[in-house]
Each structure stands twice: as structure tokens, then as C-alpha cells.
Design a protein around this ligand. Structure first.
Ligand code: HEC
Length: 216
């Protein structure tokens, strides 16, 4: 019997306390990662993080696009790309990036499978699973994405594009394509580019006999 009174009074106290005014603006957030979901927004920039100084905006911005601290190199990661992003309207560094040689010149069979996986997750939706620049987001112009993605296999412009320049575009973005620097490590970006180069070579080998047959 006594137990029931204790439980009832405990429930009463809880109900009274929880009916107090709801605190909508906590003064300090302990572990904001847990308070707000860290939604991955591809094109959100780094400044629109939840850690905003403006109190009124706290919690309204849930983008997360954090990158490793500048100048640090993670274990197993490739060395930093020494070419900086061009200022708006400038293309000097974009052209200079042609000279950068990829640290990944060939992929083992397992690396190729991994690079293909990364490509299909991050790039295939626009560039197409067979790299024809016609992924489901573009769908020959009928898709929701209006900009034509580069035809990575089948267009000489991209087949002759140096890997360093591809890296520049994947790291900093190009036209309507955003940067992939926060989604893929440098090593993964170079791997995906090696995969593209591999597919371009493969397509050349496939079409070469047909071309010879035509010439005869
Ligand atoms: C949301 C769609 C989209 C996704 C996803 C995407 N791209 Fe692109 N990509 C584009 C568009 C559009 C262009 C053409 C940009 C231009 O020339 O203005 C392009 C261009 C390129 C180019 C040519 C860049 C140049 O300098 O002309 C390369 C290389 C490329 N993409 C590689 C990738 C890789 C690798 C990935 C995955 C990590 C990827 N893209 C993901 C839309 C996309």
C-alpha cells in the first residue's frame, strides 16, 4: 500500500515538473552532434554549420560539410593537392592543374572494384553507370538536373583531359557540379579518376577492332 503512495506522489511530481514552461532556447548545448542531426547536404558550404555565433540561428542550420584541418595528412592519405582553387572568373590554376600527375597510376583488381563502387555512389547518378554523361538525374534532359554532365567515355574532350585537371574539378567543383572534397578523400578522388581513365582505355580497346574492320 505504501508503495502505491510513493509511486503516485512520484508521478504527481513528475507531471508537475514536466508541465513547466518548455525551454525552447537552451543556453548551452552539450554535444550538439547529439542535439541536431548532421544531415549531409552536398552543396552546403562550410560556413553554414550548426556552430553559428548568432544565437537566434542556433539549431536552424544543420548542414555539415567539415573537412580535415588544413595542412594535416591522415594516415594512408595521399599528399595534398598543391594547386589552390582559382578566384572567381580566373582559370589560371584550372589550367595549371593539367601538369599534376596522379599518384595512382594503376589499380589492382580489388582497388578497381572499390573505385567503381565509389564512382557509382558519387558520380553515376549524373555521369551514368557506363560513364556516358546520361545518368538518371539527367536522363537526356528529361531528368530533374538541367545541366548536362560530362560524357566521360565517348567524348574526346574528356578522354584527353589530364587526370590532374579532372582532380581539380572533382575537388573544387566545375560549373553546376559541386565539390566532392568532403565526400571523398584525396586518395578516393584519385582512385575514381583512375577508374574513369581505365574505363576510357577499355572503351578504346573495345572499339578499335570495329574501326579497323570499317577501314578494311
Ligand atoms: C549532380 C550531378 C553530378 C555529379 C553527382 C557529378 N558530376 Fe561531374 N559533372 C557534372 C556536370 C553538370 C559537369 C559539367 C560541368 C561544366 O562543364 O560546366 C560535370 C563535369 C565533370 C568533369 C569534367 C570537368 C571539367 O573540368 O570539365 C569531370 C572529370 C567530372 N564531372 C567527374 C565527376 C566525378 C569523378 C564525380 C563523382 C565523384 C562527379 N563528376 C559527380 C555533374 C555531376
Amino acid at each position: 500500500m505504501k508503495g502505491i503512495y510513493i509511486i503516485l506522489s512520484f508521478a504527481f511530481v513528475t507531471a508537475t515538473v514536466s508541465c513547466n514552461e518548455v525551454k525552447r532556447k537552451p543556453s548551452n548545448i552539450y554535444m550538439p552532434d547529439m542535439a541536431y542531426s548532421r544531415a549531409y547536404e552536398t552543396y552546403a558550404d562550410r560556413d553554414s554549420s550548426i556552430f553559428t555565433a548568432d544565437e537566434s540561428e542556433r539549431g536552424t542550420k544543420i548542414f555539415y560539410n567539415n573537412r580535415p584541418v588544413d595542412g594535416t595528412v591522415a594516415r594512408g592519405e595521399e599528399m595534398p593537392f598543391h594547386i589552390a582553387k582559382d578566384a572567381n572568373g580566373d582559370t589560371t590554376n584550372y589550367h595549371a592543374s593539367k601538369m599534376v600527375v596522379s599518384p595512382i597510376q594503376s589499380l589492382s583488381e580489388t582497388e578497381l572494384i572499390e573505385a567503381e563502387r565509389l564512382y557509382l555512389i558519387n558520380c553515376g547518378i549524373c555521369h551514368g553507370s557506363n560513364l556516358d554523361g546520361n545518368g538518371p538525374l539527367y536522363k537526356g534532359g528529361d531528368g530533374p538536373y538541367a545541366a548536362k554532365p560530362a560524357t566521360l567515355v565517348g567524348d574526346v574532350k574528356y578522354e584527353t583531359m589530364p587526370e590532374g585537371q579532372m582532380f581539380y574539378s572533382v575537388a573544387y567543383g566545375k560549373g553546376q557540379m559541386g565539390s566532392y572534397a568532403s565526400q571523398l578523400s584525396r586518395k578516393q578522388r584519385w582512385q575514381v579518376i583512375a577508374y574513369i581513365k581505365h574505363k576510357q582505355k577499355e572503351a578504346k580497346v573495345d572499339t578499335a577492332p570495329a574501326a579497323v574492320a570499317k577501314a578494311n
